[in-house]
Design a protein. Sequence first.
Length: 160
Amino acid sequence: MALAAEHGLLSVTMSRIAKEVGIGRATLYKYFPDVEAILLAQHDRQLAVQLEHLHAVQSAGGDPRRQLEQVLQIHALMIHEHHDSVIASVMHRSGGRGHQDAFLQDMLQRAGEVGEIRTDMSPQELATFCLHSLSAAAEAPSQAAVKRLVQLTLDGLRAH
């Protein structure tokens, strides 16, 4: 949301949003109870696009380790590119990672079943490890650094 990025989250009001998009406040309130609900809806849209992309990788088939690498890469690059966005801060507060966790756990389960990754930890624990490791992408100085971070995370998943 441009208003929040430009003026700061706390300065955005429902009146200001309604004026910016050219609708009445009553119309805006008909669909959203508050600013946070608007930001969460925007986040949900972005997450849906990301999950669609991740499912496309999964549906393409192929080597589970390569698929996992692509999924981790997509996730890490999203963190790197959007880490300072207002939506990212709202997402972090709302704990909006459930879909990502479930998707990643499923991929890790399949990769473990074919011996591509370690199986001494549950897919849930491995997914938590991956997501926390990749959160460092927010501080990465470049996309090349993000790729190295993904490789380091994959090394931690390697079967022993």
